[in-house]
Design a protein around this ligand. Structure first.
Ligand SMILES: Cc1cc2nc3c(=O)[nH]c(=O)nc-3n(C[C@H](O)[C@H](O)[C@H](O)COP(=O)(O)OP(=O)(O)OC[C@H]3O[C@@H](n4cnc5c(N)ncnc54)[C@H](O)[C@@H]3O)c2cc1C
Length: 359
């Protein structure tokens, strides 16, 4: 007999675990599958999250953010209160911005544990292969589920299986951890240090997460660019090196089809200006989980998820995409970028960070 669930969530990242938590909390029989043997490993992230008070400024329409971002102190590596943007010539633009850093190995496990605590079943080391109606084929056999959630990241095999695939524009990134003492300031460096993107130093209590994301490599490898950055900044040896991709071309046009919902990076729910996707995927995951619950409780259409997440976070994601496209025009030259940053000034840069229109 095939295992039969109300809901199967593919991917136990922030999007999947949050969806699973809200669906399981409503009493549904939920399974979460992840191809990783250990949730949250390897870390492919800058590990920075804006504080809830900043999130309220970024996306004011999200209800009850305290409940969603109920992140206890043990998960927080360091609270930061400043954001520093550095131009190609080294001019610094420093703004107040509250946030904190986490260790994704523990943060993702915490979210998954919330879901299992609410009754969801977690199956790690299980890779989604394909979909046929309610039947999900994995490398460990098949299961059945009434509703299927693709929270399986930017490559989303679930979206592909359902013909919802869109070619995301991807920003390749490389990152790792360094040791040392750092001020509670998140630093972003722009220009040829990371063409079309930025390099970052995101402080933790015992070092920093250092990396860069770019749009065009030219002839220089990401590793070489990162080594050069580490050397120029005197950041020492990097360890736990990893790489990843951020989808930066906006959301996919259709996030619900029949009994399938697509959430998080899989749906392109990322702030295109800075690649931040953790809080957005949690916001959209909560909407997905709650929509699925009302679908089972009162036959509410699953399509409500698409409408609701677009109403809630759509305008800000669109603003971020617009700003990114404007920035792309000057990103090609350090000279133009330097000038553009001067013209924008701190006020407009802050607006860009808050996903507001800059003009
Ligand atoms: C280098 C880098 C730095 C970043 N820095 C930040 C940051 O500082 N702050 C921030 O907010 N955001 C950051 N992001 C973005 C953030 O990491 C993502 O937006 C966020 O993780 C999205 O969550 P998700 O659950 O949608 O996807 P993911 O976290 O990618 O989770 C997807 C899960 O699906 C699983 N999966 C994939 N395919 C299958 C399959 N076929 N079968 C089973 N399981 C599968 C994966 O193993 C994974 O666990 C960064 C991203 C990158 C790449």
């Amino acid at each position: 007999m095939m295992d039969d669930f109300d809901v199967a969530v593919i991917g136990a990242g922030p999007a999947g675990s949050t969806t699973a938590y809200y669906a399981a909390r409503a009493g549904l029989n939920v399974v979460m599958l992840d191809q990783r043997k250990e949730v949250g490993v390897p870390v492919q992230c800058g590990e920075f999250i804006p504080s809830t008070s900043e999130m309220k400024k970024i996306i004011p329409r999200v209800e009850d953010q305290e409940e969603l971002f109920d992140i206890n102190d043990e998960l927080i590596k360091l609270r930061t209160d400043k954001l520093k943007l550095v131009s190609p010539k080294g001019r610094e633009y420093i703004m107040d911005f509250d946030g904190f850093t986490v260790d994704r190995r523990y943060f993702d496990k915490h979210l998954a544990a919330k879901a299992t605590g609410a009754g969801a079943e977690l199956r790690t080391g299980t890779k989604f292969i394909s979909l046929d109606g309610e039947i999900i084929v994995t490398d460990r056999g098949s299961i059945k589920a009434g509703v299927i959630v693709g929270a399986d990241g930017f490559k989303s095999s679930v979206a592909k299986s359902k013909g919802m695939e869109v070619e995301h524009v991807l920003c390749p990134c490389m990152l790792g951890q360094v040791s040392g003492n750092f001020k509670p300031t998140v630093e972003m460096f722009f220009g040829s240090v990371a063409p079309g993107g930025y390099a970052w130093v995101i402080p933790k209590n015992d070092g920093a997460n250092v990396g860069l994301g770019i749009q065009k490599t030219g002839n220089v490898s990401l590793r070489k660019m990162l080594d050069r950055f580490l050397e120029t900044k005197g950041l020492g040896k990097i360890h736990d090196l990893s790489a990843g991709y951020v989808p930066i071309s906006g959301s996919i046009p259709q996030t619900v089809k029949d009994n399938v919902l697509i959430v998080g990076d899989a749906a392109g729910q990322v702030m295109a200006t800075n690649g931040g996707g953790i809080p957005i995927s949690m916001i959209c995951g909560r909407i997905a989980g709650k929509t699925i619950a009302s679908h089972f409780e009162e036959k509410a259409p699953l399509a409500n998820y698409d409408a609701e997440w677009r109403r809630t976070v759509g305008p800000e994601l669109d603003n971020a995409l617009k700003t990114k496209r404007q920035a792309d025009k000057v990103f090609k030259s350090d000279f133009k970028l330097e000038l553009a940053m001067r013209m924008m000034g701190l006020k407009r840069m802050k607006r860009a960070i808050l996903c507001k229109p800059i003009f």
